[in-house]
Ligand binder design. Structure first.
Ligand SMILES: *Cc1c(COP(=O)(O)O)cnc(C)c1O
Length: 220
């Protein structure tokens, strides 16, 4: 059996059934994706629009592509009909751009709000304090064209587990706060955790871990 399939199965067996294991295939080949596809895996994550579109054009059409990286507004149009879930809705301006394209095509787009939980300024995300005002005051404009499924966050890239744990806890508490708002009681996805911190993320309530190098190895 291939190491990719082995790795996927090992991690799958270690996380609870209700937690989704999203295979992050960025920088990895079509062949490696197919190895997993052939065992029944259908959800793959990419962080660049161009790479996602190239792979989508060469791979089976029943793959569900997740965009996990920052989405520039000028890339919304090429992406929108190929993506299953956008994990990185991180600004009001991006929201309006997605809304414009969804309206034009008469389609519904599913997204997670990416929340800034790390103090490292390299990480994108909507500031924590703006999420609920966005959902209650701006989001109603979506009128069914955008469906918010939950939240996504990236913890700080630090060895201090206490810091990472606190960031995950904070995102989980925001997630539960939002579920108390009647229009958002259905949200079910809390996308947090990657190769370096997925066990901690699962412990802190993640329902979707995005794992790349632990499945595919370090590079292409
Ligand atoms: C690359 C990436 C991951 C996966 O990272 P690994 O360390 O390879 O598991 C998860 N989330 C995002 C947003 C990424 O860009």
């Amino acid at each position: 059996m291939s190491t990719t399939v082995d790795n996927y199965r090992r991690i799958r067996a270690e996380i609870p059934l209700h937690v989704q294991l999203l295979a992050v295939s960025k920088n990895h080949s079509i062949e490696k994706i197919l190895e997993l596809y052939e065992t029944g895996v259908r959800d793959f994550g990419e962080n660049k629009v161009q790479e996602l579109l190239e792979k989508a054009s060469k791979l089976p059409s029943d793959i569900r592509w997740h965009l996990i990286g920052h989405l520039q507004r000028n890339k919304v149009k090429p992406l929108i009909q190929s993506v299953y879930l956008i994990h990185s809705l991180d600004s009001v301006r991006l929201f309006h751009e997605i809304l414009k394209e969804a309206r034009r095509l008469e389609i519904k787009i599913s997204a997670l709000i990416q929340v800034q939980i790390s103090s490292e300024d390299t990480k994108f995300g909507m500031p924590f304090s703006e999420v609920i005002p966005f959902l209650t005051e701006v989001f109603p404009l979506a009128q069914g064209y955008i469906s918010i499924q939950g939240l996504m966050g990236m913890a700080s890239n630090v060895s201090d587990k206490g810091i990472v744990e606190a960031e995950f806890k904070r995102l989980n508490s925001l997630f539960h706060e939002i579920k108390l708002i009647p229009q958002f009681s259905h949200i079910s996805l809390l996308s947090m955790g990657m190769s370096q911190d997925w066990p901690l993320a699962v412990q802190e309530g993640s329902t979707c871990v995005r794992v790349g190098s632990d499945i595919f190895g370090l590079r292409g």
